[in-house]
Design a protein around this ligand. Structure first.
Ligand SMILES: NC(=O)C1=CN([C@@H]2O[C@H](COP(=O)(O)OP(=O)(O)OC[C@H]3O[C@@H](n4cnc5c(N)ncnc54)[C@H](O)[C@@H]3O)[C@@H](O)[C@H]2O)C=CC1
Ligand SMILES: O=C(O)[C@@H]1CCC=N1
Length: 263
């Protein structure tokens, strides 16, 4: 048992799937606890990991990852802290600051991480902030762990709530955009399956273009937009409905919410 995870929800599952796909751990080396026995049984059946309902089991692992909701952090940390064997505790909880982690796990090195759900297919991005106690070797271990499920960036802790509102929540915003575009295709007369295939390939292709060519998004937009053509007719509608403003407001609201969760 090398990695203990407390909380076996959506994000824990994404990390488990990505880590197993990357062969970082064998299934038997990961133990995950969740009070819902059915959830643990499902994770065990699907991924072969060890699943328990007792949080003290993962607490005894050489490396501990906290993946519960921020709202239960106080209860869970009080419960497991006296039993933690790991020198290093990693938290993926939105809004829970390093100072609070450090106070809860006195004497341990703590890392605050903000991954996102594409970790499941090893295409995530994780931001990391570390406490002063974290040694370079410990930090390298955490980096390697998250690098297996996607990109890793280190950010000052002051940036963590904004990261949460942007890349942590971002897959949700993009899923909403995808769904809306598919509905647009259906409204324009396409079968839903065709519309879905077109939107997903367009999303992936546009992302690859922006990344591989290091294109500024405005340049890509200008390249698509023929004078008097179709794209500008569509963009006019998006601008009339303040879509840019809505996304900016969404990231700011999510950032504020992350800050609230820390109180
Ligand atoms: N879902 C996402 O995209 C991301 C989530 N996060 C963070 O990951 C954490 C988990 O989020 P999700 O997986 O989305 O939530 P979730 O609700 O899917 O999972 C939480 C799990 O914790 C379990 N749980 C409840 N009380 C518990 C206890 N006392 N001890 C152990 N387990 C307990 C629940 O049964 C549930 O399975 C949150 O702190 C969230 O901020 C971070 C990055 C992205
Ligand atoms: O919605 C949430 O609170 C979590 C944190 C980032 C993504 N999901």
């Amino acid at each position: 048992m090398n990695l203990g995870i407390v909380g076996g929800g959506a994000m824990a599952e994404a990390l488990i799937a990505g880590l197993l796909a990357g062969a970082v751990y064998a299934p038997s080396e990961i133990v995950v606890s969740d009070p819902t026995a059915e959830r643990g049984e499902w994770l065990h059946r699907r991924y072969g990991v060890v699943a328990v309902t007792d949080n003290l089991v993962p607490a005894a692992a050489p490396m501990l990852l906290l993946a519960v909701k921020p709202q239960v952090f106080a209860v869970v940390s009080n419960q497991v802290a006296p039993h933690v064997r790991s020198e290093l505790v990693v938290s993926i909880l939105a809004g829970v600051p390093l100072a609070r982690l450090q106070a809860a796990f006195a004497g341990r090195a703590v890392v605050r991480a903000m991954p996102n759900t594409p970790a499941l297919v090893r295409s995530g991005i994780t931001a990391l902030s570390r406490s002063e106690r974290v040694t370079p070797e410990q930090f390298a271990v955490v980096r390697t762990l998250f690098a297996c499920v996607g990109e890793v960036v280190e950010v000052p802790e002051s940036a963590m709530d904004a990261v949460t509102g942007l890349s942590g929540s971002g897959p949700g915003y993009l899923a909403l955009v995808v769904e809306a575009l598919i509905d647009g295709g259906v409204a324009a007369g396409l079968p839903r399956a065709t519309a879905s295939q077109l939107v997903l390939a367009t999303l992936r292709g546009s992302a690859e273009l922006l990344i591989q060519e290091k294109l500024h998004p405005a340049v890509l937009k200008d390249r698509v937009t023929s004078p008097g053509g179709t794209t500008i007719a569509g963009i006019e509608q998006l601008e009339a409905r303040s879509v840019r403003g809505a996304f900016i407001a969404a990231v700011q609201a999510a950032t504020r919410r992350a800050r609230e969760l820390s109180r």
